[in-house]
Design a protein around this ligand. Structure first.
Ligand code: FAD
Length: 466
């Protein structure tokens, strides 16, 4: 019997446990699997609150549809009939305290259509002129890595970065665009620029042209979720796994090599023997867990930022001035504390009963981390004060759900790929059979985490049985 220990029951560790169990069943493999999760429940950052007909996500609320591993996993779990796309409504950027609709044709903030960009109120004439330098500037010469901010500031100028690109891209990682690694986050922008010379012309050629639609129904958006919340995936995986395979409320303190196998020391003093170990925990836990080896000590300097979100439920009558759209992001130069707001009842109609409104706002910029320490009531008041600058809200929420995520967003800072490679090389040489995966390393979106779980299973089975 071969023994595999998986550490961490978030999306990455769960998908590893699920796919390993599936292989064991389908191929009748002699495998003992143990999934160890520190908290009392599985799912890590996936947490759904179901209340009075509302489906409220405390953490992630959706996944990118074009990355297929999440919908495939949901399909394997028999949840395909629960998958829904978001409504592709208008979205806005709040700049200098005004809501501006996103210029048509902008892809992740990069303009691909000239006219909507030229007529947008988001930029001054000088900002627009500066952005046009993109057509003539030589290609970027990058030695190793550079920041996303530096790359876009050079091509399109500061104004386009501050008013459009920064609010969109930094929101995804809750990071500072001037510290985020170009190569680890959006290398496709660099590749497009290298291929076409201009990022605008390159993106224009790379983005598929949308066929005009005669249908009055709102078109499908690029995200998907499950009607009963993302936690459905977690619950179904837990149902699939044999109970004795899952150890909840138990922490792995240390992984040590003993001969050609491993021992995982638990906080209750027990030791789990393992032929192979898959570690799927946030990077800040690794130095302690792996005996302070120099290669893991470097992770201590990699920050994780904190954010909080506030979901608020209202009766429809409480919103007097409605806006035709699904939400907005806020630029750094606006006098707002919130960084984004989703009109969830419009973006995800299944998540909100008829006659109600569900708004979900984020706070917590990299330079405003203390905001997450405010009390629930303080956060709700701050968020409402901001919202009332753009919407007319006449009543207090019927209820609210505040979720704090302390040091939960790993930052892919410059040279992230080199750091990750050094860890991979170290494991190969010194700890073969230990695989480190998860949102701190090879992509933070849910489909990226699932891909990593699957890849870890493949590597583990190759080593054990081939
Ligand atoms: P985690 O979910 O952090 O799981 C790690 C697990 O390891 C935890 O359960 C932890 O308790 C456990 N653990 C830690 N130490 C130990 C130990 N010593 N022993 C045992 N167990 C341990 N992604 C999207 O695709 N779409 C979104 O809309 C989206 N929105 C997000 C919103 C928020 C607020 C946050 C925080 C993230 C969001 N993300 C989103 C990112 C995505 O949710 C995460 O990247 C992903 O869920 C991380 O999964 P993971 O398994 O790698 O890590």
């Amino acid at each position: 019997m071969k023994k595999v220990v998986i550490i961490g029951g978030g999306m990455t560790g769960l998908s590893a446990a699920y796919y390993l169990h599936k292989e064991r069943m389908e191929k009748n493999l002699p495998l003992d699997i143990k999934l160890v999760e520190a908290s009392q429940s599985l799912g890590g950052k996936i947490q759904t609150v179901r209340k009075d007909g509302f489906v409220i996500e405390r953490g992630p609320d959706s996944f990118l549809a074009r990355k297929k591993s999440a919908s495939r996993l949901a399909g394997n779990l028999g949840l395909s009939n629960q998958i829904v796309h978001n409504t592709a409504g208008k979205s806005f950027v709040l700049v200098n305290n005004h809501l501006h609709s996103m210029p048509e044709g902008s892809t992740m903030g990069i303009p691909t259509k000239i006219m909507p960009f030229a007529f947008s109120g988001l930029f001054s004439p000088i900002g627009k002129l500066r952005a046009s330098f993109d057509f003539v500037l030589p290609k970027t010469k990058v030695e190793g890595d550079m920041s996303l901010g530096a790359f876009f500031r050079r091509r399109l100028g500061n104004e386009v970065v501050e008013n459009l690109i920064e609010p969109l891209l930094s929101g995804i990682y809750a990071g500072n665009i001037d510290k985020m690694s170009l190569m680890a986050t959006f290398p496709q922008f660099y590749q497009v620029e290298q291929q076409h010379g201009s990022i605008v012309l390159g993106m224009k050629k790379s983005v598929p042209v949308k066929k005009p639609s005669n249908s009055p129904a709102p078109s499908k958006g690029i995200f998907q979720t499950l009607t009963n919340g993302l936690q459905s995936i977690v619950e179904r995986i837990e149902e699939e796994l044999p109970q004795e395979d899952v150890l909840k409320g138990m922490k792995v303190l240390e992984v040590r090599k003993v001969g050609s196998s491993y021992e995982c020391l638990l906080n209750n003093g027990h030791i789990l023997q393992a032929d192979k170990v898959i570690i799927a925990v946030p990077h800040q836990h690794l130095p302690n867990m792996l005996n302070h080896q120099a290669v893991f000590e470097t992770l201590k300097s990699v920050p994780s930022t904190s954010v909080a979100n506030v979901a608020m439920a209202f009766p429809e009558s409480a919103i007097k001035k409605d806006i035709d759209g699904t939400g907005f992001v806020v630029s750094r130069n606006s006098d707002y504390t919130i960084t984004a707001c989703t009109w969830t009842h419009k973006k995800w109609p299944h998540a909100c009963p008829k006659g109600k409104v569900l708004l979900r706002c984020y706070v917590g910029r990299p330079d405003d981390q203390d905001i997450c320490d405010k009390t629930d009531e303080e956060l709700v008041n701050i968020v409402l004060k901001d919202l009332k600058k753009t919407m007319s809200i006449t009543e207090q929420p019927e209820f609210f759900v505040v979720s704090r995520w302390k040091e939960a967003m790993p930052q892919y800072t410059i040279n992230h790929l080199d750091r990750t490679k050094a860890i991979q090389n170290y494991l190969k040489e010194e700890m073969p059979g230990v695989t480190i995966v998860g949102s701190s390393f090879y992509g933070a979106g849910l489909p990226d985490c699932i891909d990593q779980g699957e890849r870890a299973v493949k590597e583990t089975l190759d080593l054990l049985f081939n």
